[in-house]
Design a protein around this ligand. Structure first.
Ligand code: ZN
Length: 271
């Protein structure tokens, strides 16, 4: 009986986190659109980008309103991008998934905030090839303070993670600049990996670097073939770092440990 009740409660809670994620995703859409344009994020309320008609609350319900209106503005019928419900759904699934993985805990709170920030910067990076400092620096700071407050994490691990993430990409950018005399790695990517290290700890960094490079290479090659633009056609690297970080959060920890064990077995074996 108790088991059934527990399962029922877990399901209800997961649905609640799903709804919470959809609402945060809706706020994420506002940030993705407005922050790069340096617009106020709280005022005025949402409006149709085409006809400027204000969007009523009933037309602003995450995912559902988009479906109900069949992706068109109620006023002028201009199409509303599928991106909006996509970001809402993505955040909803990530929130529910994090709850199921971590349960109600300090870490859950941190990871909700972290993944929300990552989703927002991903879409800003895709739109503008830019990872705004207003997310990366505070993200890193919140990650470090979180490690101090969260009894499930250790500060030195977070600090080392930030230093390693930041330092590794900084070194790569420095070497690339010295050899090629042009900037290869954006400063935003460096800060983003520092942020990831501050939240996920130093052991995540080798995994995130390897996984993001693999995903980035595969996508880059497909992109180069399809556009015939060659490998130089630039795609922002931030989204790959984010994908790798989320993969680590959802189970890559054991893969990351295995990967580390291959190279440094004596240094980090648990006993
Ligand atoms: Zn309109």
């Amino acid at each position: 009986m108790l088991d059934d009740f527990d399962r029922f409660w877990t399901l209800i809670s997961a649905l609640a986190f799903f709804g919470l994620g959809a609402i945060w995703g809706s706020f994420g859409n506002v940030l993705i659109y407005r922050v790069p344009l340096k617009k106020n994020i709280a005022w005025p309320g949402s409006a149709c980008p085409k006809c400027q008609a204000p969007i009523a609350w009933r037309d602003n319900i995450p995912v559902l309103s988009w479906l109900w209106l069949r992706g068109k503005c109620r006023n002028c019928r201009a199409p509303i991008s599928f991106r909006y419900p996509l970001v809402e759904l993505l955040t909803a699934f990530v929130f529910a998934g994090l709850y199921l993985r971590f349960g109600l805990s300090w870490s859950l709170l941190e990871y909700l905030l972290f993944s929300f920030g990552l989703i927002v910067v991903t879409f800003i990076d895709l739109d503008h090839m830019l990872l705004p400092d207003v997310f990366t620096w505070p993200g890193m700071a919140v990650g470090l303070v979180g490690a101090l407050l969260n009894p499930e994490r250790r500060f030195w691990d977070a600090f080392l993670g930030a230093a390693l993430g930041f330092g590794f990409l900084y070194a790569i950018a420095y070497i690339y600049l010295a050899i090629r005399k042009e900037e290869g790695m954006g400063g935003g990517d460096i800060k983003l990996l520092g942020w990831i290290g501050a939240v996920l700890g130093w052991k995540s960094i080798p995994f995130v670097i390897l996984a993001s490079s693999i995903i980035g290479s595969v996508v880059g090659i497909i992109f180069a073939i399809r556009t015939k633009g060659g490998l130089k056609s630039t795609i922002p690297f931030g989204p790959y770092l984010v994908l790798a970080a989320l993969a680590y959060l959802f189970g890559g920890e054991s893969i990351g440990q295995w990967y580390l064990d291959l190279f440094l077995p004596s240094l980090i074996s648990p006993n």
